[in-house]
Design a protein around this ligand. Structure first.
Ligand code: NAD
Ligand code: GDU
Length: 332
């Protein structure tokens, strides 16, 4: 079924891949973004409404101008470390901003939203694989901001009949295989792009944060998930809300954890370049291990990741970083 989708944060890394997939699936798309970290070049030819979640009038104007069947909401501040230093900034943008969006949706009679949540809602895990029954316990303001929005969505389902799907991504990485869009954060804080920027010599050296975690080599373990596999889960979530009332939550990862050193070794092999690194102190707010059990997304949504090997994820990211079309390193 063809839908009219408003993508908040659609000019960002994951949002721009979502926009591409929505267009390929035949949907009509409008992007709402303040371009604080997004790139207009990532959504060329797509209608962009430039505005801020913190300005309710910007949101009202979008819903007045466009017919919207459902919202996919990526817009947020995303750096765990920064959220520890500036919690107010994170709560305002991620929680107040989302409340403004939900108010505008309600005024406009739009009752469906897919929300970008995160593995950070779990904090320090109590089991090797994290499914949806795992207790919630964020350990940084970023994770708390997402946890709070998940609660708001549940309460608004009860109060107003809002339908929602919160997708908890583990570590998003990789890029569209066409090489035209990819991750272009500035500053970059994520491991995979930093490793590749080091392979390119754009960064002199990588610092590995923490070598004394209780893991097989002392460095943190993460579950990397390809950005297009994340996007495909959102398409399925739109269908799911047709037949399911209420607020739903799904964990999205590949179920395989890799240590930070294993990521560096894999990238070294694939790029055939040296990747110098040193061991540095732990970064505030990091969990030792975060690996998903995504059985529920597979059985209930029918989700089937296509780019699940770490090699494929890093290869597609490498294609992009080697020749980025926009962002801080384009043309360098
Ligand atoms: N990247 C990951 O590994 C990861 C993991 C888990 C969850 N997430 C979540 O996925 C979502 C997208 O992440 P991303 O990596 O694409 O981030 P991103 O920074 O590339 O994209 C976020 C987009 O939202 C926009 N934005 C931010 N605040 C806004 C505001 N107040 N008003 C309007 N637009 C605003 C930015 O300009 C940007 O285009 C975020 O909600 C993030 O928390 C990301
Ligand atoms: O220069 C660096 C950067 C990162 N790391 C390490 O690499 C691992 C992964 O870090 P990322 O910053 O790439 O990703 P996070 O796991 O911190 O966070 C990501 O996943 C989270 C969910 O767990 C959030 O959703 C968040 O938005 C998203 O950035 C961590 O152990 C981190 O300490 C380094 O060693 N050196």
């Amino acid at each position: 079924m063809k839908r009219n989708i408003l993508v908040c944060g659609g000019a960002g890394y994951i949002g721009s891949h979502m926009v591409q997939l929505l267009l390929e699936a035949g949907h009509d798309v409008v992007v709402f973004d303040n371009l604080s970290s997004g790139h207009v070049e990532a959504i060329l030819g797509v209608p962009l409404e430039r505005g801020d979640l913190l300005n309710p009038q910007d949101l009202d104007a979008v819903f007045k101008k466009h017919k919207v069947d459902a919202v996919i909401h990526f817009a947020a501040l995303i750096a765990v470390g920064e959220s520890v230093e500036k919690p107010d900034l994170y709560y305002r943008n991620n929680v107040t901003g989302t409340l403004n969006l939900l108010d505008a949706m309600r005024k406009a009679g739009v009752d469906r939203i897919v929300f970008s949540s995160t593995a950070a809602v779990f904090g320090n895990p109590q089991r090797d694989l994290i499914d949806e029954t795992h207790p919630l316990g964020p350990i940084n303001p970023y994770g708390w901001s997402k946890r709070m929005v998940e609660q708001v969505l549940s309460d608004m389902a009860t109060a107003y009949g809002l339908r929602s799907v919160a997708l908890r991504y583990f570590n998003a990485a990789g890029a569209h295989p066409n090489g035209l869009i990819g991750e272009a954060h500035s500053p970059e804080t994520h491991l995979v792009p930093l490793v590749l920027l080091t392979a390119l010599g754009i960064r002199e050296k990588l610092s590995v944060f923490g070598s004394d975690y209780e893991t097989r080599d002392g460095t943190c373990i993460r579950d990397y998930i390809h950005v297009l596999d994340l996007a495909s889960a959102h398409l399925l979530a739109l269908d799911y809300m047709d037949t399911h009332e209420g607020a739903h939550r799904f964990n999205l990862g590949n179920g395989n954890g890799f240590t930070n050193l294993e990521v560096i070794q894999t990238a070294k092999r694939l790029t055939n370049r040296p990747i110098p690194y040193d061991m540095a102190p732990r970064r505030a707010g990091d969990s030792a291990t975060l690996v998903a059990d995504s059985t529920r997304a597979k059985t209930e949504l029918g989700w089937k990741p296509k780019f699940d090997a770490l090699e494929t994820i890093i290869e597609t990211a490498w294609r992009w970083h080697h020749e980025p079309k926009y962002g801080p390193f384009a043309g360098k």
